[in-house]
Design a protein around this ligand. Structure first.
Ligand code: KG4
Ligand code: ZN
Length: 325
């Protein structure tokens, strides 16, 4: 039996689970309102490697997923749920499979429908959560560690891609830049913090303009590498200026594309939407609160309201996918 609610934008209580990268997250969403939102970040475990180690991520998801779900449920029990939503992809395949298996087991144990959610749809759906949900149509910049997309959103539950990155994602550029500057992982927030003490005009880091509405960030990363090399011993003392100039270059490239597309309403989502300079540079843009920009499960449960629910037992053989579809 397919229950009404999930997939129909309904008022049902949905448990969301997200394990696509290095955050183990679970949340309860009811009628677009967040009831609970728990995120356990493993970032500190990966920091000494300068990036996410897939096998380490999978193992920790395995340890954390049930405690995190339990915390998200709080006083609620599994019997109160009407659907379980889970990130199916894209992401690290081993990490995704931990969340997907847990979601299948929880849903199956209570005869609930399962809603497989695309992680990118999840980021966009962070805008549909209360207290002030955004109504399409709007132009959306989705900038995260894995993706940089310009989207035309006409209705909840789908989008059209206008532009994408030809090489590195914006968040990846932040992370790699942070590594070159000897900052911690994840690098975006570190650069954001350090840039406040620096001069954004100290260095010129041009970002390649590619045809159409696509992005390219590999050149700016190389420009930073050369600047650090040329400075030699002096680089350490100029870190704030380097961070500020590098951040300025990435932010301006993102802003230029968004302005090129325009549209009546503009929104920014994904981890990079937490960047303070980007938020200031696009004051007209709708942006989720910081904790809903980076990976979380509330956005997954939110997206589930506009995705197809699979009744039991149809989802038991469901697989995860690593690449965007
Ligand atoms: O959406 P997200 O949590 O995970 C992915 O789906 O990839 O995005 C993570 C990315 C990382 O690359 C991180 O460095 C970046 O978002 N990020 C930021 C900031 N906070 C997180 N980038 C720039 N400024 C920030 N404040
Ligand atoms: Zn994400």
């Amino acid at each position: 039996m397919e229950r009404p609610g999930a997939g129909t934008g309904g008022e049902v209580l949905i448990l969301g689970i997200e394990t696509s990268c290095d955050e183990t997250a679970a949340a309860l969403v009811e009628g677009g309102e967040i009831v609970s939102n728990v995120v356990s970040s493993q970032a500190h475990l990966h920091a000494r490697f300068g990036g996410v180690v897939p096998e380490v991520a999978s193992r920790h998801h395995l340890e954390l997923v049930l405690p995190v779900v339990r915390e998200a449920l709080g006083e609620a029990s599994l019997d109160d749920l009407e659907a379980v939503a889970v990130t199916q992809g894209p992401g690290l395949i081993g990490a995704l499979l931990v969340g997907l298996s847990a979601a299948k087991a929880l849903a199956w144990s209570r005869g609930l429908p399962l809603v497989p959610v695309d992680h990118l749809q999840g980021h966009v759906a962070s805008l549909y959560l209360g207290p002030e949900p955004l109504e399409p149509p709007f132009t959306c910049l989705l900038a995260s560690g894995g993706h940089t997309l310009l989207l035309d959103v006409r209705e909840r539950g789908s989008f059209a891609v206008l532009g994408t990155t030809l090489d590195d994602a914006a968040g990846e550029a932040f992370d790699k830049g942070a590594r070159l500057l000897g900052l911690g992982y994840p690098g975006g927030a570190e650069i954001d913090r350090l840039a406040r003490e620096g001069d954004p005009d100290a260095f010129s880091f041009p970002v390649a303009r590619v045809p159409g509405l696509d992005f390219s960030f590999s050149g700016v990363k190389t420009a930073l590498l050369y600047a650090v090399r040329d400075l030699g011993d002096e680089a350490e003392a100029r870190r704030a200026d380097l961070a500020a100039s590098y951040q300025r270059a990435i932010v301006q490239a993102l802003v230029a594309r968004v302005r090129e597309v325009g549209g009546e309403r503009i929104a920014i989502v994904g981890g990079v939407a937490a960047n303070s300079e980007l938020r200031t540079a696009l004051p007209e843009a709708v942006a989720p609160p910081l904790e809903l920009c980076t990976d979380n499960a509330a956005m997954i449960a939110s997206a589930a309201r506009y995705a197809d629910a699979i009744p039991p037992p149809g989802y038991l053989a469901l697989d995860a996918y690593a690449q965007a579809v």
